[in-house]
Design a protein around this ligand. Sequence first.
Ligand SMILES: [Fe+2]
Length: 248
Amino acid sequence: MSTRSAVVIHDILKSVREALWHHDVTFEEYRAAVGFLRKYAQSAEFEIPLTCDMLFNATISDIEMKHRKGSVSNLEGPYFLEAAPTITDRISTRDEEGDELIIEGQVRDLSGNPIEGAELYIWHSDSQGLYSGFSGDFPIDLYRGKKIIGPTGEYSVRTTMPAPYMIPHDGPSGELLGFMGRHPWRPAHVHFKVRAQGFLEFTTQAYFAGGDWVDSDCVEGVRAPLVHDPEIRGNAKVLKMDFVLDPA
Ligand SMILES: [Fe+2]
């Protein structure tokens, strides 16, 4: 085992043991906790990554930002697909659903130069909080797309407003949320990933001010700079998203 692993694991165990001491945890409680952990074994492949993402993914994103000077990153979540369709100015949706949302901005470097050729992935839920490619026969060309950025770095894409949704909560991950007195809802959000030659891959989300659950996201992913108050343009909301990428 590497020295780094040893140091990190030692510090985690130290914190756990301190919490056990602090709360006078009993044998009865300890055995109940071990019994609860055994439930994970029954659906480990699904539940362990779900719980880890729920508790720690946003933290790892924050730590990443210690070493970046560009835009604020945020968790990727489980619904990104490489196979998103290439789009020009519109993400395919079921047109009858959801308020219109325009997402526009610029992709640039730390000096303000546009990054031509960057690949901007955008994905979000439908008006029911479902993701294409993950719910029944919901085709993957809806509610997601890959936009190739042109010479000015600027882009504008039309889509529809996403909705809040519950993370899977019928297993131990949901039970854990219940133990903590928390609900399984995420606020409405849009996911982004930007890739460009010579730059660090960048992943983030945008949230909407005043929306349900924005103050109590079950995965604790909301960060103040990522909460937007879109302007209204005609019938549409306009989400301004600039992406400033760090060099690789
Ligand atoms: Fe999501």
